[in-house]
Design a protein around this ligand. Sequence first.
Ligand code: EPU
Length: 419
Amino acid sequence: MDKIIVRGGKRLEGEVNISTAKNSVLPIIAASILSGDKCIIESAPMLEDVFVISDVLRTISTEIDIDSKTNRILIDSSNIKDCEASSELVKKMRASFLIMGAMISRFGKFRLSLPGGCNIGTRPIDLHLKGFSALGAEVSVGHGYVEAQAKKLIGNKIYLDFPSVGATENIMMAAVMAEGETTIENAAEEPEIEDLAKFLNSMGANIIGAGSGTIHIIGVKNLKGTTHKPIYDRIEAGTFMTAAAITRSKIKINGIDERHLKPVIAKLTEAGVNIKIEGNSMVIDGDRDLKPIDIKTMPYPGFPTDMQSQLSGLLCTVHGTSIITETIFENRFMHASEMKRMGANIKIDGRSAVIEGVDRLTGAEVRATDLRAGAALVLCGLAAEGETEVTDIYHVDRGYVNIEKKLKGLGADIERAKM
Ligand code: EPU
């Protein structure tokens, strides 16, 4: 197992390139099995989560060729026979549940291990299942499995009680070849949903309105192979924006889409950071006197829960009181106790964290409890006095391509070591 060692206090400078989005590429890989034709994903991020979902698909006879030199993934699902995936891998990564919609759509039945909870919350799948049932599938849950089957899927109106990203994606995939029209109301509006719809439409699907709260899916008879490059990772970009702010540095970030970063730009600007957008790049200057801010996480276009831990880290270094309210996941403050080990002053009260900025953070041995918490601790290490060791870094590898190499390229004193 690896850990990251950071010696804090270095100013960052120079440029960093953002990879394509983990949360786009995972549903897109799942969607690739909707047609028996080959699909190609260009400029894919070489991430642990990508390797895991690929391994899950290999257990149902999909051939997946991942070329880490060209960042190209070739998916050939022409030989899928098994309509069951019971691998431990499914339990390891929740996003593998996204293959359910695609498999019911293509084969009319699928049986999959039930994904477990995870560190950030219980994460139920009731909305996914409600959607499959509304399309006419018979869904049952028992003995650790979810099973769904349907002679024929038929389009329907589906209202989501909460705009769940995964449920919106899974239902979209299940509905693309259903008979007639499906409407998803109160759908998630995240940019990754729009990207998935773009991918599906390039396979021959007919999806209108993805990226808004109402999505119309007009069923088509079949889909064909396609080639796609996912959108840039807005959360990786936001993490590097926070790296500039926490080290009070000025850097250039290449590979951004301003539209997708609006809430993060707004909040960092409110804190006093200066941001200039130049096309797909941004120059971010955190070398200022920063002010405390309040943040509430919300579904897109609100402030992303996936940026909450990183901003919490930043606000630990900003004098004054900041209040963070987490409304998406019930257990996403696990970074707080680790940050406290670095001298942070954070009090958790239910869904809120009250942060009093301190003069300085101090290096300590801390543990990445989940992906974004781990990234936030690396950021705290950049600002802390002395050496910080972030253990269990495998969480971070799930969602960041070479985080330590990218930070080193910006001048950070950082390295990866074996635990
Ligand atoms: N929810 C339900 N029932 C459901 C589905 C979701 O109650 O059937 C609840 C969840 O328990 C949670 C809320 O709805 O409280 C939001 O969950 P959502 O389904 O929107 O999240 P997800 O699809 O499981 C994706 C990202 C997460 C990101 C969330 C929210 C992927 C692979 N994962 O998860 O990414 O935090 O949307 O934006 O797209 C990360 O990258 O660190 C990460 C956790």
